[in-house]
Write a protein that binds this ligand. Structure first.
Ligand SMILES: Nc1ncnc2c1ncn2[C@@H]1O[C@H](COP(=O)(O)OP(=O)(O)O)[C@@H](O)[C@H]1O
Ligand SMILES: Cc1ncsc1CCOP(=O)(O)O
Length: 261
């Protein structure tokens, strides 16, 4: 599927947080997508309609940005543009929890991606949030399936093992490296990369396209670690972008570790 992404060069409209904007744009370019970042109320509806995918990421949410997400999300839903919601730090404060739930009344995402703590908090299950980091005592597979049923959409739970479920079919992805959690923005970029895969392979189905994106992302991190382990996490971040840009379908398929339903 990486070839499909590079061929299509999908336009990914991101309304994302101020910490990860540059990293997300570079990561999208590395996989072959075309990023555009805007949250301006004057243009978000038009941009969401012409884009191939819309990312809504709540990492540094403000009331102005919430309204941008609402406008863009509704326009995307109306025009059939796929939407990924990354509810960063939901559960960490009551404002975020309330506002993300409000957004879900207005906008229907095709995929919700979060760490275990965020997804558990979103469906009212026990979670431990520590700022943007979060844990759940549920296995990713169980949590993704349950959340997909409760929320009525596809849910991706990330961590040591990733899982993606539409409530019926659940894939587990066992690629990745723990250093991903030591570089800021790797969860946020992943939401954008999943969207690039969905936008380029809709005929394959949302769950399958997302699973392919998750696996290749994990494989890239394994390759980055192999090249950066003597140097540290700064070099790892650069090697990770390199690996995303060098990824090819043969390597991706050979090294991917997906457990199918
Ligand atoms: N312990 C780990 N081992 C392997 N991969 C991990 C580990 N922790 C996180 N990842 C990977 O890091 C990426 C970001 O996931 P995560 O850290 O859960 O997101 P977030 O930044 O939103 O908390 C995913 O690709 C996930 O598979
Ligand atoms: C540190 C931080 N604070 C608000 S958003 C953000 C970035 C979180 O990115 P990720 O969870 O992908 O590392």
């Amino acid at each position: 599927m990486i070839d499909d992404v590079r061929k299509k060069n999908p336009l990914i409209h991101c309304i994302t947080n101020e910490v990860v904007t540059n990293f997300t744009a570079n990561g999208l370019l590395a996989v072959g997508a075309a990023p555009v970042m805007t949250g301006n109320h004057e243009e978000v509806e038009e941009m969401a309609q012409i884009a191939d995918g819309l990312l809504l990421n709540t990492g540094t949410l403000t009331p102005y940005q919430y309204e941008a997400m609402r406008l863009a999300g509704r326009a995307a839903n109306e025009s059939g543009t796929p939407v990924v919601l990354d509810p960063v730090a939901v559960g960490a404060t009551s404002y975020r929890t309330r506002v993300v739930k409000d957004l879900l009344q207005e906008v229907t995402p095709d995929v919700i991606r979060g760490n275990g703590g965020e997804i558990a908090a979103l469906i009212g299950m026990h979670s431990q949030m520590h700022g943007v980091e979060g844990q759940s005592d549920q296995a990713a597979e169980t949590l993704a399936k349950e959340a997909a049923k409760v929320l009525g959409t596809t849910v991706c739970v990330t961590g040591e093992v990733d899982a993606i479920s539409d409530g019926t079919r659940t894939y587990q992805i066992k690629n990745g490296h723990e250093w991903l959690a030591r570089v800021v923005g790797t969860g946020c970029l992943l939401g954008a990369v999943i969207l690039a895969y969905i936008a380029s392979g809709q005929e394959k189905g949302i769950v399958q396209a997302s699973a392919a994106g998750l696996a290749q992302y994990g494989v890239a991190s394994e390759e980055a670690f192999a090249r950066a382990k003597e140097d540290g996490v700064g070099t790892f971040q650069q090697r990770f972008l390199d690996a995303l840009s060098f990824m090819n379908s043969t390597d991706g398929e050979r090294k991917s570790h997906i457990v199918e339903p």
